[in-house]
Design a protein around this ligand. Structure first.
Ligand code: ADP
Ligand code: RBF
Ligand code: MG
Length: 183
């Protein structure tokens, strides 16, 4: 049983200030805790407050929005029609924080892309458009409870983004253009 919390968050009419928030970088190796084996691989980005000033002051927790990934031209999961060198756009849910369940001492940013990829994409450039906040970061009694909550976050993100005003173009034409801008 998952969470007595709503399965859709944020207003029907679309994202509100301070969103959209942007972040980008190259996908790095994470903590190697086997997130993939749990069915929730997370693409980690470096947390650098010099490049991403807002990250120092936002609350730790779970955010949702879109990820644009520059998958290599040879990657088996490039969306059909992506031009050479182009970025593919996918819905995402992400964690920013210290992962109290694991007692990290540095803040991490990790993105679970809501798409089944046929291969990894370490080293790929990834842009993120954060459109809203789902919940605060929590500690858990068990790994199973953590995974259940993350799976519910995925459902919340999918349903919340499926609304008309939450398409990237509807949320912000300028940010939607930034998302897929050639590198
Ligand atoms: P790490 O500890 O190195 O981050 P993970 O088990 O979290 O390892 O796996 C993350 C990697 O899995 C990503 O860097 C990416 O290359 C790959 N991956 C495959 N599918 C996804 C997905 N749907 N979302 C995020 N990363 C994915
Ligand atoms: N870790 C925590 O300790 N507490 C959390 O509340 C938490 N929420 C998360 C939500 C999402 C959507 C994702 C992708 C990760 C979250 N994590 C959280 C991080 C988690 O501990 C990490 O991805 C592990 O590697 C999973 O095994
Ligand atoms: Mg990871």
């Amino acid at each position: 049983m998952s969470a007595s919390r709503p399965d859709i968050v944020c207003p029907e009419a679309g994202p509100e200030a301070p969103y959209p928030l942007r972040m980008e970088g190259k996908v790095i190796a994470g903590f190697g805790r086997g997130s993939k084996e749990l069915g929730i691989p997370t693409a980690n980005l470096p947390v650098d407050a010099a490049l991403t000033p807002w990250i120092a002051t936002v609350p730790s927790g779970v955010y949702f929005g879109y990820a644009a990934i520059a998958l290599p031209d040879t990657h088996p999961s490039r969306p059909a029609g992506t031009p050479a060198g182009g970025l593919g756009v996918f819905p995402m849910v992400m964690s920013i924080g210290y992962n109290p369940f694991y007692k990290n001492t540095v803040r991490s940013a990790e993105v679970h892309v809501l798409h089944a990829f046929a291969a990894d994409f370490y080293g790929a450039h990834m842009r993120l458009l954060l459109l809203g906040f789902i919940r605060e970061e929590k500690d858990y009694k068990s790994l199973e409870a953590l995974v259940d909550d993350i799976n519910f976050d995925c459902e919340v993100a999918r349903k919340s983004l499926a609304r008309e005003a939450w398409r990237p173009e509807a949320a912000s034409a300028e940010s939607a253009a930034w998302l897929v801008k050639p590198l």
